[in-house]
Design a binder for this molecule. Structure first.
Ligand code: ZN
Ligand code: ZN
Length: 442
């Protein structure tokens, strides 16, 4: 073997570790500025449908990196809302198109973490009520990891080939942002992805680690309003009324049989009555009682069956109570979010890349959950392989203590949720950069 050939073989053998090392060095160089970005985003959260400054910031950063950036993407059913979606495209030769998504919005939560960079933001919500605003779901962690990933990938352009689409999605918390972007011809006006990936922080995984769930990972969520109408009257003369309170009580109990008796135990599902309101005082039988429900499923056919069962049971119970047909209950199903299905082949590829980048011990399989996300819509009903992976966000000692005591750490959406910025951001950037490189490597 000639000396030159030996040198080529030696170089080829060393390429992966050199890459991993150089990525670490690049992250070391930039981590301080990402921490600043994170704290700035954390102190300035904006509610869903109002992500004006956040989207402008994300768009500006991507423009500085050389992406072709388009802002104000998204059409809501409520025409008064502006779509603050951002799409940034970087074409880098032939190859697959990979979409990386971050969310932009925050929640109406009053922060109680006591952190020096706590949010003090207050604003009026759509109902005109003043609310506090907090990044209580960690979308600030996601945006910072996303921008860091964009920077790494522009600097590592020599190592990948294809089209990178960095997408900032508004209104994830309200479940209508992904659809609003798709409705605004996202996949006609911009390159349609061959793969779509996203990350979400998770308080029950240690910072420094990532988690993954193959197949169904998160459930669909559907909100249902039920108005049970009766015939009100004096509390002392029930025989002259059709009592909607009693009907509502029977409905709540009857709904429990949907999951327990009508649904296959192999298809996870939840029917929760989260709110029940009716009546004004002791001795009045009211005219109506209002219920609010959430339904969670993985499979669309299960969701449809459960919605039909709810309608049937509610109307049936009212009929049995003798409520006249013109006072039949009104069941209103609102637009919800679809389930999140992690393409098993895609996740297998990503897990390989994560293990190489982070080490085997830092990549953990997690069980599916019944929480929900609207990221799944970007897969167009599973026709585009898509996956969301978990980013560990909590101090390892606290995670250990929580597992030992059974006391959960502050969850997402909690006023006390405080992800550990470092090494969470470091891991987020490293994992997402490695994922994209895996899919687009030369
Ligand atoms: Zn959330
Ligand atoms: Zn979230």
């Amino acid at each position: 073997m000639s000396k030159i050939l030996l040198l080529v073989v030696a170089l080829a053998l060393f390429v992966p570790s050199v890459n991993a090392q150089s990525l670490d060095a690049m992250i070391d160089r930039d981590i301080a500025s990402w921490l600043t970005t994170y704290r700035n985003l954390h102190t300035a959260p904006e509610l869903s449908h109002r992500e004006e400054k956040t989207s402008a910031f994300v768009a500006g950063e991507l423009r500085k990196l050389g992406f072709t950036v388009t802002e104000h993407i998204g059409k809501y059913q409520n025409a008064q809302w502006t779509g603050y979606g951002v799409v940034a495209v970087l074409k880098n030769g032939p190859g697959p198109t990979v979409l990386v998504r971050t969310e932009l919005d925050a929640l109406p939560v009053e922060e109680k973490t006591g952190l020096p960079y706590s949010s003090q933001v207050k604003t009026k919500n759509d109902a005109g009520v003043e609310v506090s605003v907090m990044h209580a779901c960690g979308h600030d962690i996601h945006m910072t990891s996303f921008l860091g990933t964009a920077k790494m990938l522009t600097e590592l352009k020599g190592q990948w080939s294809g089209t990178l689409v960095m997408l900032g999605q508004p209104a994830e918390e309200t479940g209508d942002g992904a659809n609003a972007m798709l409705r605004d011809n996202l996949y006609a006006n911009f390159p349609k992805p061959d793969f779509a990936i996203a990350l979400h922080d998770k308080p029950d995984i240690e910072t420094g680690k990532v988690g993954y769930t193959p197949g169904y990972a998160m459930a669909s969520a559907t909100s249902i309003d039920i108005k049970i109408r009766g015939v009100g009257g004096h509390g002392s003369a029930p025989e002259t009324t059709k009592d909607p309170v009693v009907v509502a009580a029977q409905v709540v109990m009857a709904l429990q049989t949907i999951v327990s008796r009508e649904n296959s135990p192999l298809d996870p599902a939840v029917v929760t009555v989260g709110s029940i309101h009716g009546g004004t005082r002791y001795n009045i039988i009211p005219d109506e009682v209002n219920l609010q429900l959430t339904v969670r499923t993985y499979k669309e056919e299960v969701r449809k069956r459960i919605l039909a069962s709810i309608e049937r049971i509610v109307k049936g119970v009212a009929l049995t109570a003798g409520i006249p047909e013109d006072r039949a209950p009104v069941v209103k199903v609102s637009e919800g979010t679809g389930s999140t299905y992690n393409d098993p082949k895609l996740i297998e590829r990503l897990v390989g890349a994560f293990k190489q980048a982070l080490g085997n011990d830092n990549v953990v399989e997690m069980p599916p959950i019944m929480a929900s996300e609207d990221f799944g819509y970007f897969s167009l009903d599973h026709s585009i392989p898509a996956t969301i992976f978990w980013l560990g966000a909590s101090d390892p000692a606290k995670v250990r203590q929580s597992r030992e005591t059974g006391v959960a750490l502050p969850s997402l959406h909690s006023a006390l949720f405080a992800p550990v910025p470092e090494p969470t951001l470091r891991t987020g950037v490293k994992a997402m950069t490695s994922a994209v490189l895996e899919l687009m490597k030369k």
